[in-house]
Design a binder for this molecule. Structure first.
Ligand code: EPS
Length: 377
């Protein structure tokens, strides 16, 4: 299974091609649109989300609501392109209009312009923008529908925005499901209120905020990933996928950083056996992965997102043409996009799990996978 995305933030559309998706899997387009809407939400988003109403248009690989096993291609229209046609047209544009020369610290701007030899930073930011994550959400939403056939579920919640934190650890999946009802994907109303105040205050001061979210994947069978080779380890593959989301700066599996401060006897999850349940654990500090393989417990991943680099009260920078000391460019942006990132994180994580699941079960059609899955179980 592999996929690629393409598309500029203010170009005509985002597109993706998924190759290796099995046949005969029912795909509900409205479920994908629902995940796209979830990504668009969140307190602290900018004006762009008032323009867009992201919807998927399938171009190939699905017939009558079921996958064909052939490449799935789709597009998501950028409604904002109507306002950007003059500047983003593939054939002819006025190069001076919308030109950006003042790099934003923390963004791909400066190094991207250097690497691809551009005098206009717009050529960099159009693709480095987190707008691209809409395509990855649509891909992940299809993976989620595939994995639903095997009882695998992914959910997430935001645990901190700036320095406002949900202090207690939450492991109850039912409680985490409540995140979908909150603007900030935060399950505690009081903490959510404080997070909103922090966002309001950052906005007033022309600043931005990052934060942390946790992803939980339940129902993952034992033995996805492998210890035999570095690039087959499930935790490594999850970290790779999640770190590739715009703005991510830290990934933790289970209680990774906390465990590092404790003794082994306080960290490792003891093994028990019950004739009905088989082998099981009473704790899950490993976050469901040992030796690069899923161990049958819930997979728990924590992701840290840096504050968005576009600041309405910009930081110092240098004009890449004149080399004059200046302030960074101000592009329309979000104050905080952590709730949106947590939805993207879910979708990227379930994509990695689906990839590993297919590697384990093999098979071209859903029926073939079900057959092998039964045997494996
Ligand atoms: C985003 C679309 C972008 C930004 C944001 C996320 O649209 P625009 O640049 O037109 O406002 O709102 O992207 C960033 C903050 C960034 O730094 O890339 C989206 O669709 O999520």
């Amino acid at each position: 299974l592999r996929y690629l995305t393409a598309g500029e933030s203010h170009g005509k559309c985002l597109v993706a091609i998924i190759e290796g998706f099995p046949s005969n899997v029912k795909i509900d387009i409205e479920k994908i649109n629902k995940d796209l809407r979830r990504r668009q939400g969140g307190y602290g988003r900018g004006k762009r989300m008032e323009i867009e109403q992201d919807r998927i248009e399938i171009l190939s690989g699905i017939r009558g609501g079921k996958t064909l096993g052939s490449p799935i291609a789709f597009q998501i229209e950028n409604r904002d392109y109507a306002n950007w046609k003059r500047y983003m047209n593939p054939i002819e544009v006025d190069e001076m209009e919308k030109k950006i020369t003042k790099a934003r610290p923390g963004h791909a701007d400066l190094t991207g312009a250097f690497k691809y030899n551009f005098s206009d930073i717009r050529n960099v930011l159009e693709r480095s923008s987190a707008r691209e994550t809409a395509a990855r959400v649509a891909v992940g939403s299809m993976m989620k529908q595939l994995m639903e056939n095997f009882g695998v579920e992914v959910i997430s919640h935001v645990t901190s925005i700036g320095d406002v934190k949900l202090e207690r650890k939450v492991e109850d999946i039912h409680e985490i499901r409540k995140a979908d009802q909150s603007d900030l994907r935060c399950i505690d109303e009081k903490v959510e209120q404080k997070m909103k105040e922090a966002i309001d205050s950052a906005k007033e001061e022309g600043d931005s905020l990052g934060g942390i979210f946790d992803i939980y994947i339940t129902g993952v069978p034992k033995g996805l990933g492998s210890y035999v080779q570095w690039d087959r380890k499930l935790d490594a593959r999850l970290a790779y996928g999640l770190m590739s989301i715009q703005g991510m700066k830290g990934i933790e599996i289970g209680w990774g950083f906390e465990n590092a401060q404790k003794r082994g006897s306080e960290v490792h999850d003891e093994i028990f056996y019950d004739a009905g349940r088989g082998f099981y654990r009473k704790t899950n500090r490993a976050g469901g992965i040992e030796g690069g393989m899923s161990n049958g417990e819930t997979i728990v991943i924590r992701c840290a997102m840096k504050p968005i680099p576009t600041l309405y009260k910009p930081l110092k920078s240098v004009d890449i043409e004149s080399k004059e000391i200046s302030y960074a460019a101000v592009e329309r942006s979000d104050v905080c996009a952590v709730p949106a990132a947590s939805v993207v994180g879910e979708m990227v994580a379930i994509t990695v799990v689906a990839e590993e699941f297919l590697r384990k079960t093999g098979g071209d059609s859903l029926e073939e996978i079900e057959e092998r899955w039964k045997k494996f179980k």
